[in-house]
Design a protein around this ligand. Structure first.
Ligand SMILES: [Zn+2]
Length: 693
């Protein structure tokens, strides 16, 4: 292809051509231009092709070193550009990067296929796998060989040539539709913002939020109007405070229909095709559906295990939803209204009840959560108490956007551990939600240490104003930093097994576990201080936050269970099913859940469910619930062993956080917890007392 040839020619002096000279090999964002990515992808793939050809054509008999280790060492340039691009394109995209994404994603997918569908290369891996008992491998090496073998098999190397050709075509289509989905959704979410022309329609919102809405409208060329940008979830934060019911309904519907407008950003056609293609792919491998195909290497292992787990949670949540809906209907009556509760009313009346019951006003607590203080005196402090880590702000590391902050992380003995970036404020060119990933992965083989970023979408304060965040936002910071710890403590030889390269239904365990420390009395008292006076939060307010955390769980827990079930239903479709009418399929799925999906819609609707259509969480959204079971179990263990102590932290680091994917998850968990995971602490943590069966 001419474009590829031109790209390869112009890659001389490309900043990805050699390891970065910056500390920790951090990406040289001061030198990287948007136009560097595409040639780097092309050259990176060409270099890896050459690396792989050397392995495949090695005249020597296959050994662990000349085959498996050589695979681990291959494709360094591609890895560098992939990791940098992944970070920047998700957090700070533009038209150039979108075009690179669109052009390279199918090419990368085809490139990966060319490795994992290579029969001569697999012949070497298989020969080693056959002799594995005699190779004198250490446990990490044995695991690496097994992971490679399974990856080849699940990529389709054992398929006939005809089926492999089908698979390549399906994979390329899937990759390109996933990118399509992501870009349509970003545009749909931006375009779906609610614009109001009458300030009175925003009654109930505080002055700062209304000012922000006016600024946001001005920035979009709509002076004199107000614009409420959409969050990526079904519920929108402003629904809590808005007193005008018609505006609430309009905002809810803006959210619910954002990607179903019949315009260029409508995602329904894309996802109906994606669901079909995924089912067809599973069939090639002899699996009944896509969920069965993707769950083989997860902790849960089968769709049946997931369905069973969700089913055990449902009765307690359904009962709680019923109780809450009745309570909110009563609150509506008390408000001298006669309408029937609708989803756009739920958050507002839940807020009224919460205030009446706990007298907890979110605006009362925000002054105690200043972002930088939460980070340094909360998130970092907890990591210091548990793991002995210390942090030093760096202002000399180039960043991809001026709001990004960098810190160097030091281990308990003072030795350097890694580098971290924090990119917390919402931008129109940033994907919704919050996430963590690596710019550089830890590996003893490659001599690399972790370079990690945390990204979120908190409202950016007006210039000169403090960044006051909600307790939810503070919890998000602890969450993403829990992922970061999993990456920072990685202690693997081989990059494939390093740090957070674990199953989806395990990867949220360290992050959700770390959330628990946000409310630990010692940690909380250390960071929750008034941004002006430094006074600690009054104990009465602290107690209210703790009690309120267990409020409204029929909604909060329910909407996640519903999204998890919706995801499983989409990926339980057999290949023989016709192309689905998305709305009809969704309505049928929601209708048979046994939950109050009319009043509590799923946290993500099919048409804007980024996790499952583009972010690698297909048949995997349940993982948030599954891992919550794991983290609640482990936090229960911590509490019964003295809580926030260095020795507990060290034990968790040694047995879980430093292990990467060097062993199976079941035994790893059991070694720490003393038994298999159970749902008791999970239900208790949500304030649900119904005995499950
Ligand atoms: Zn997470």
């Amino acid at each position: 292809m001419a474009q590829a040839a031109d790209a390869a020619l112009s890659s001389a002096g490309n900043p990805f051509a050699a390891p970065s000279a910056l500390p920790y090999q951090a990406p040289p964002f001061d030198r990287i231009k948007d136009t560097d990515y595409q040639p780097a992808f092309e050259q990176g793939m060409a270099e890896q092709d050459a690396d792989i050809a050397k392995i495949t054509h090695d005249p020597a008999a296959p050994t662990f070193d000349n085959t498996i280790v050589a695979l681990e060492r291959s494709g360094r340039m591609l890895d560098r550009v992939n990791l940098a691009f992944g970070g920047v394109s998700a957090a700070n995209t533009n038209a150039t990067l979108d075009a690179v994404d669109q052009a390279e994603t199918p090419r990368l997918s085809a490139h990966e296929d060319s490795i994992y569908l290579s029969k001569p290369l697999f012949a070497r891996v298989r020969a080693l796998h056959d002799q594995r008992a005699h190779l004198k491998l250490d446990p990490e090496q044995a695991q690496l060989l097994e992971v490679y073998y399974q990856q080849f098999v699940h990529a389709g190397v054992l398929l006939s040539d005809a089926d492999q050709a089908k698979l390549r075509a399906i994979n390329e289509k899937i990759a390109s539709l996933e990118t399509d989905f992501h870009q349509k959704l970003l545009a749909a979410t931006k375009a779906g913002a609610l614009v109001v022309h009458d300030r009175a329609a925003l009654a109930g919102l505080d002055a700062a939020t209304i000012d922000n809405a006016a600024e946001a409208a001005k920035a979009r060329g709509l002076p004199g109007s107000w614009l409420i940008a959409l969050q990526n979830t079904t519920p929108q934060p402003a629904l809590e405070d808005m007193t005008d019911r018609a505006t609430r309904q309009a905002l809810f519907e803006s959210s619910w229909t954002r990607a179903e407008k019949g315009d260029a950003n409508d995602t329904r056609g894309t996802i109906a095709t994606l669901a079909q293609l995924r089912a067809q792919k599973a069939t090639l491998f002899g699996y009944p559906n896509y969920a069965a195909y993707v769950l083989y290497d997860q902790m849960a292992k089968t769709p049946e295990a997931v369905e069973h787990f969700i089913a055990r949670l449902t009765p307690a949540v359904a009962a709680e939803q019923k109780r809450e809906a009745a309570m909110l209907q009563a609150a509506i009556a008390q408000d001298h209204q006669s309408f029937t509760l609708k989803p756009w009313d739920w958050a507002h009346y839940a807020q009224i009840v919460r205030r009446a019951k706990y007298a907890l006003d979110p605006d009362q607590v925000k002054p105690y959560f200043e972002l930088h203080r939460v980070l340094e005196d909360g998130v970092f402090y907890a990591a210091n108490q548990l793991y002995g880590l210390t942090f030093k702000r760096r202002t000399d590391i180039p960043v991809y956007q001026p709001d990004v902050m960098t810190y160097e992380v030091f281990d308990h003995d003072g030795s350097p551990l890694g580098l971290m970036y924090f990119d917390y404020f919402k931008r129109d060119n940033k994907s919704g939600g919050a996430w963590m990933s690596n710019f550089v992965n830890q590996s003893k083989l490659l001599g690399t240490r972790p370079v990690i970023y945390n990204v979120a979408n908190f409202a950016k304060p007006a210039p000169g104003q403090p960044a006051l965040i909600s307790f939810d936002d503070a919890t998000t910071m602890f969450h993403e930093f829990g992922h970061a710890l999993h990456g920072l403590f990685a202690d693997q030889t081989y990059p494939t097994l390093s740090g957070t390269a674990v199953a989806r239904d395990f990867v949220e365990f360290p992050s959700q576990f770390n959330e628990h420390w946000a409310l630990d009395p010692k940690v909380f008292a250390h960071y929750a201080r008034h941004y002006q006076t430094g006074a600690p939060m009054p104990q009465m307010l602290v107690d209210k936050i703790k009690r309120a955390a267990k409020f409204d769980q029929g909604f909060v827990f329910g909407e996640i269970i519903e999204a998890a079930k919706l995801d499983m239903d989409w990926h339980a479709l057999p290949a023989s099913a016709p192309k689905q009418d998305v709305d009809a399929f969704e309505a049928a799925s929601l209708g048979r859940m046994g939950l109050d999906t009319a009043d509590v819609p799923p946290r993500y609707r099919s048409s804007y469910f980024l996790h499952i259509w583009s972010n690698g969480y297909s048949a995997g959204y349940y993982a948030y619930l599954w891992t919550e079971m794991l983290d609640d179990d482990v936090f229960f263990w911590f509490r019964s062993h003295g809580g926030l102590t260095r020795s507990n932290g060290q034990r968790f680091r040694d047995m879980i956080l430093s292990r990467g994917h060097t062993m199976d998850y079941g035994p790893m968990f059991k070694a720490f917890y003393g038994q298999a995971p159970d749902i008791g602490p999970l239900l208790v943590n949500h304030g649900l007392n119904v005995t499950p069966n």
